[in-house]
Ligand binder design. Structure first.
Ligand SMILES: C[S@@+](CC[C@H](N)C(=O)[O-])C[C@H]1O[C@@H](n2cnc3c(N)ncnc32)[C@H](O)[C@@H]1O
Length: 196
């Protein structure tokens, strides 16, 4: 997958959505590698370049996705986890986290987070919670952990265990954005709670 400075291509006042869609983005390149249809020509071109350099990138992406499914299944069925904060969700596909978790424990609650507005446009597929549980989607950047925690608290109970899923995203955070500190900040609610 092409190296990308996380957030550096995100739209903002200086970058329209149309311009943004003309630059390859990791969410859509990854979608192409998984065989998805939610990608643009520029993403397919970037993916094909990556495949030429390393043909294993396709099986790596699929193995990564399978890892996320196995991990979710284990956390629900073996570790008793009922809440997930999935940061760097990617395009909805088969076996999204809430589908895997709620197939085992329908009361599971999941908050999805991604900074790519194209992912947001597909987020409806992530908001299909079982009635006993809940799902929510936040458009936010991993580099704003305080904002993520504050907004996720509307759906998740941070006095109870929450699995923070950071699958295939931390390698996109530059050293100058201090990924170690971001992860520490995300763990803050549990440092404040004496015991469950
Ligand atoms: C390689 S995909 C991984 C998707 C999913 N976690 C998986 O493993 O199947 C990385 C995702 O992280 C998102 N992402 C990258 N940098 C981010 C950031 N700083 N904040 C939020 N999301 C980010 C991208 O938009 C993309 O959807």
């Amino acid at each position: 997958m092409p190296s990308q400075a996380s957030g550096s291509t995100a739209p903002g006042p200086e970058r329209s959505l149309a311009t943004y869609a003309s630059v390859a983005h990791v969410a859509r390149v990854y979608d192409y590698l998984l065989g998805g249809k939610d990608n643009f020509a520029v993403d397919r071109e970037a993916a094909e370049q990556a495949i030429r350099i390393n043909p294993d990138v396709i099986s790596t992406a699929r193995a990564n996705r399978a890892f996320g499914i196995r991990t979710t299944s284990y956390l629900v069925s073996q570790a008793g986890i009922r809440q997930f904060l999935d940061i760097g969700t990617g395009m909805p596909t088969n076996n999204n986290i809430h589908e895997v978790a709620q197939s085992i424990a329908p009361e599971s609650r999941i908050v999805y987070v991604d900074h790519d507005p194209i992912v947001l446009t597909h987020a409806r597929a992530l908001l299909t919670s079982a009635p006993a549980g809940a799902t929510d989607y936040l458009e936010a950047d991993l580099r704003e952990p305080g904002k993520i925690l504050a907004e996720a608290a509307q759906t998740l109970d941070f006095s109870r265990p929450v699995a923070i899923m950071l699958i295939a995203i931390l390698h996109l955070i530059l050293d100058r954005d201090d990924p170690y500190d971001l992860v520490c900040q995300l763990a803050t609610p549990w440092r404040r709670v004496a015991r469950w």
